[in-house]
Write a protein that binds this ligand. Structure first.
Ligand code: 8NA
Ligand code: MG
Ligand code: MG
Ligand code: MG
Length: 291
């Protein structure tokens, strides 16, 4: 199975962190653009290509304006920031302030809309939480969601200080995740898709990925496997929509929680460049630990 844009961009970030041992936005931007022009048909979002074209045209003299100009200045709220954030979450998981700062800056290379940025932040803090838990103990699903809700409550602040009513959209979606989890098997696929979404919008895919990971802590009707890592990804794909990205984000959470031993080597063999990605994971782990 061929990997898509999600993996290409994740790889760029991992390679840069391994080589530079810190966040080097110029280096990451160059890697994004280079890999896009080498293989433009990896399934990139329809609008993000414009950012790569402008970065190349300005010779990386201005890293942020191209992303800011997307969608008439609104910036993208696509899930492209969240889908690639795993290496940053792993690298900086011991320092939450660093994690937030790195996630925000790196995401803004392509996504400047607050919904796009906050989606990447939510995915990064969820990966961190998963990583810090011990998979030998049963995961406290309710606590996991409550912790995310309380963090998003401070992150989704009224940025412009206008005193307007704050909608806190991720907080709302996470409350839906909690409700659906409490419904167990009664939350069928149609209901999950209707409430949480499976689109390329970060708001309607990041909470969905978190739900998939948490739901897969238990057996799911129709998903026949005893392996909860596999169950997470199979379930995510079964919901349809933006399957590569929601499967990838849910898999990142499950991987951070269970560790790589849970991945069946027979399945890895089916994946393009799986050895390269495994090696990157090991190298990233080395630079993370030595920080
Ligand atoms: P993006 O920035 O192009 O955003 C994705 C899409 O979201 C845009 O093309 C728009 O349709 C919509 N969008 C985002 N922001 C706005 C806005 N402010 N106003 C109106 N519409 C908006 O790319 P991205 O990097 O966020 O995209 C990530 C997703 O695209 C991933 O799922 C990835 O796998 C890829 N993707 C590609 C295909 C494909 O077949 N090429 C299909 C699904 C997803
Ligand atoms: Mg993709
Ligand atoms: Mg763990
Ligand atoms: Mg996708």
């Amino acid at each position: 199975m061929q990997f898509t844009d999600d993996s290409v961009m994740t790889r760029s970030i991992a390679q840069s962190l391994i080589e530079k041992r810190q966040l080097d936005l110029l280096d990451i931007a160059k890697r994004f653009v280079k890999s896009y022009y080498e293989e433009p048909n990896r399934g990139y979002g329809p609008a993000v290509m414009t950012v790569f074209e402008k970065l190349r045209a300005n010779r990386f003299s201005d890293l942020f304006t191209p992303a800011k100009e997307q969608f008439n200045g609104q910036g993208s709220w696509g899930n492209g920031g969240a889908m690639r954030i795993t290496p940053i979450a792993l690298f900086s998981h011991q320092n939450i302030d660093l994690l937030l700062e790195m996630t925000r800056k790196e995401t803004q290379l392509t996504h400047t809309n607050k919904i796009g940025v906050d989606g990447a932040i939510l995915q990064a803090i969820a990966i961190r939480q998963s990583l810090l838990l011990n998979p030998d103990n049963e995961l406290d699903v309710k606590q996991f969601i409550d912790d995310l809700i309380s963090q998003m409550d401070t992150i989704e602040f009224d940025e412009e200080g206008l005193g307007l009513v704050e909608p806190k959209p991720y907080k709302i979606q996470l409350s839906l995740v909690k409700t659906l989890i409490s419904e167990g098997e009664a939350a069928n696929a149609e209901k999950v898709v209707q409430k949480l979404g499976t689109s390329v919008a970060a708001l309607y895919s990041v909470p969905t990925a978190i739900y998939c990971f948490l739901r897969a802590q238990n057996q799911i009707e129709g998903i026949i496997t005893d392996n909860p890592f596999r169950r997470t990804i199979q379930y995510a794909i079964s919901l349809g929509g933006d399957t590569d990205t929601i499967g990838g984000m849910a898999g990142a959470l499950a991987g951070a929680f269970y560790g790589d031993k849970i991945i069946n080597p027979a399945i890895l063999k089916h994946l393009e460049a799986s050895e390269e990605f495994q090696l990157l994971g090991e190298k990233l782990s080395d630079v993370t630990l030595s920080q």
